[in-house]
Design a protein around this ligand. Structure first.
Ligand SMILES: Nc1ncnc2c1ncn2[C@@H]1O[C@H](COP(=O)(O)OP(=O)(O)O)[C@@H](O)[C@H]1O
Ligand SMILES: [Mg+2]
Length: 252
């Protein structure tokens, strides 16, 4: 994505934003609340239209005019609020879009078998006959990711995926992401939990007030460096102030 601009009314949400994601890369997008992370990803998925700029896939300019076009191009978003049908089975959810567009007889046993295999391919064992409403939030997320893979997603966008997960579930999500990486899927991972990003991301892009302030490898920077890029000033300028407060507290 190159030089992306987007305003909502008078509010500039993105200004000349650029991000470049490679195949098989876990790319974190980091920034404070309201920095423009979701807006940038909604433009990529086709949910929002950019005012200016260019999006290219495999070097070719693309016009992602709707979420439908985005999905056709292999871009899938996993949202915090899940978009599954609770009263359908795991397999039905995974193949829902195929089913609704298909004519003729559905081979159910084949459908259940391939859903089970697809779930296994990312390292899970969930009964494809289970009802989605009976699954934990973490397992529902697994079904959503599997659904995206069934639609041949090449770019998977996860917007604050761990907000709804317990610690152990987060670990398992990271395992999935590493497996997707081996399958050459690109993962764009939005989070403000820097500790997670440092563990899972190959590269991170930092955004502040709609402007990209840097793209760095976690091995090249410290948490403080990233926070500085998020808030736009050096953390050390806070230091004398903190020491002052500390001194006052200690004398009291
Ligand atoms: N649909 C919208 N209508 C109006 N303003 C929006 C809309 N979506 C986002 N914004 C504004 O754009 C800016 C960036 O928001 P967002 O992309 O959601 O940030 P982030 O995901 O980094 O928290 C914010 O100022 C937000 O209020
Ligand atoms: Mg957001």
């Amino acid at each position: 994505m190159t030089d992306i601009n987007k305003s909502f009314g008078g509010v500039c949400a993105l200004s000349k934003a650029c991000i470049r994601v490679k195949p098989g890369e876990i790319h974190a997008l980091v920034g404070e609340n309201g920095a423009g992370k979701s807006t940038l990803m909604k433009i990529l998925s086709g949910a929002y239209q950019k005012d200016k700029g260019e999006v290219r896939i495999d070097g070719k300019p693309v016009n992602i005019s709707s979420p439908h076009v985005g999905r056709k191009l292999g871009i899938a978003t996993i949202y915090q609020e899940f978009a599954l049908a609770p009263d359908l089975t795991v397999a039905e959810n995974i193949y829902l879009d195929h089913l609704s567009s298909r004519k003729g007889i559905i081979n159910w046993s084949k459908l259940y078998k391939s859903a089970g295999e697809l779930v296994k391919s990312i390292g899970f064992d969930i009964d494809p006959c289970s009802m989605v409403r009976d699954l934990s939030v973490a397992y529902q997320q697994v079904v959503e990711i599997t659904k995206a893979l069934s639609e041949k997603a090449r770019i998977l966008i996860l917007d604050e995926p761990t907000a709804v997960l317990a610690l152990r579930e987060t670990e398992r999500l990271f395992e999935i992401l590493r497996r997707l990486k081996q399958q050459d899927v690109s993962v764009i991972y939005i989070s403000h939990r820097l500790d997670e990003i440092f563990r899972v991301a190959d590269v991170m892009t930092i955004i502040k007030d709609g402007t990209i302030t840097g793209t760095v490898a976690p091995t090249d920077v410290t948490t403080d460096d990233v926070i500085s890029m998020m808030i736009g000033r050096k953390l050390t300028t806070m230091f004398p102030y903190t020491m002052c407060i500390l001194a006052i507290v200690l004398t009291l």
